[in-house]
Write a protein that binds this ligand. Structure first.
Ligand code: UFG
Length: 320
């Protein structure tokens, strides 16, 4: 198959590209940032309709994977226009170009943020969608647009609602590198390697056994395999839908720090801080639908493995 990976230079996108290439597919990356060597990269902003038309005139893609998005919840509250502009308006430009080029299949990176504050846990796909910040709303808006575009234009899509994407390429070639970094596991490991002094823990007074927030960490390589299964589902005639992607097991911030201490052999200083705005106490996925309908079976579900792979990547940092 010939696939376009939009945002294929980013954290999850780059793991997807590696996965598709290893499966023998033909892959083109469209991104504003460059990819690593040996990957076909087109410098392209999806807000640019002409550039998309030119690319689609040149290459006949069987499907598009769309990872290009802003991802910081706090920033989305401070600057919602950035999020609606890039995550919604630019996505619409991409969808319109796909329809003009008669590309029928899209895999979209959605988020557990579409659910907002959980009414129950674990969260299944039927849980009410009530996002509590512009980031989550931008993802839910696109999901709704995708439902309408299927009905009107026959564009078939799968929205994959990631819980906490984490870990790194088991071969050590790829990993997480956000600027600024806001995610828990890379920040803990930066404290372990000495790149930062300590990890700041936001909130010790949640209604959880140790008082810190609980999240469902899912390995980035397992996310990649779910995307390939999702495109196979569409190519086999599957209908537009959404799936949760998580391991169904929650770990507290404190438990992640303890796992990292064991994996790294480092003390890892902790600074206690107040709660971060908008953090629900507990976010755990019920991903049984992806397991049943897609046949998804995560290979790296253990937190030790996820943290271990991320530590392998953090240790390579000075040579990147
Ligand atoms: N945390 C800390 N200290 C830090 C960073 C995080 O204590 O320095 C805590 C947070 O308060 C939270 C947990 O660690 O309880 C995980 O935080 P992350 O920022 O790593 O991840 P989130 O759960 O906030 O967000 C992730 C994605 C978002 C997505 C959200 C819901 O990063 O893009 O899941 O899907 F919106």
């Amino acid at each position: 198959m010939k696939y376009l990976v939009v945002g294929g230079a980013g954290y999850i996108g780059s793991h997807m590209v590696k996965h598709l290439l290893q499966a023998g597919h033909d892959v083109v990356v469209a991104d504003i940032a460059p990819t690593g060597p040996g990957i076909e990269w087109v410098e392209l902003d999806i807000a640019n309709a002409q550039a998309l038309d030119a690319l689609f005139a040149e290459c006949r893609f069987d499907a598009v994977f769309h990872f290009a998005s802003h991802i910081q919840v706090g920033e989305s509250v401070a600057d919602p226009d950035k999020y609606y502009h890039n995550n919604v308006a630019a996505t619409l430009t991409l969808l319109e170009a796909m329809i003009r080029a008669r590309i029928k299949y899209l895999i979209f990176s959605s988020s557990a943020a579409v659910y907002g504050d959980p009414h129950y846990t674990p969260i299944d796909e039927a849980h009410p969608k009530a996002p509590i910040n512009p980031y989550g709303r931008s993802k839910w808006m696109v999901e709704q647009i995708l439902q309408d575009f299927d009905r009107a234009y026959g564009l078939k899509s799968v929205s994959l609602r990631y819980f906490n994407a984490a870990g790194a390429d088991p071969d050590g070639q790829l990993g997480e590198c956000h600027e600024p970094e806001t995610h828990l596991i890379p920040l803990i490991l930066q404290a372990a390697s000495g790149r930062r002094q300590a990890i700041t823990v936001f909130g010790h007074d949640y209604d959880t056994p140790d008082g810190t927030c609980i999240r469902d960490y899912v390995h980035v390589a397992d996310l990649a395999s779910a995307h390939e299964l999702a495109v196979q589902y569409l190519l086999a005639g599957g209908d537009t839908t959404a799936f949760n992607l998580g391991n169904g097991q929650g770990f507290s911030v404190q438990a992640v720090i303890e796992t990292a201490r064991a994996a790294t052999g480092q003390r890892i200083e902790v600074i206690e801080a107040p709660r971060r705005d908008g953090d629900p106490a507990r976010l755990v996925a019920d991903a049984s639908r992806a397991r049943e309908l897609l046949g998804w079976a995560p290979r790296f579900a253990g937190l030790e493995t996820i943290v271990g792979h991320a530590w392998g990547w953090e240790q390579r940092y000075p040579w990147r």
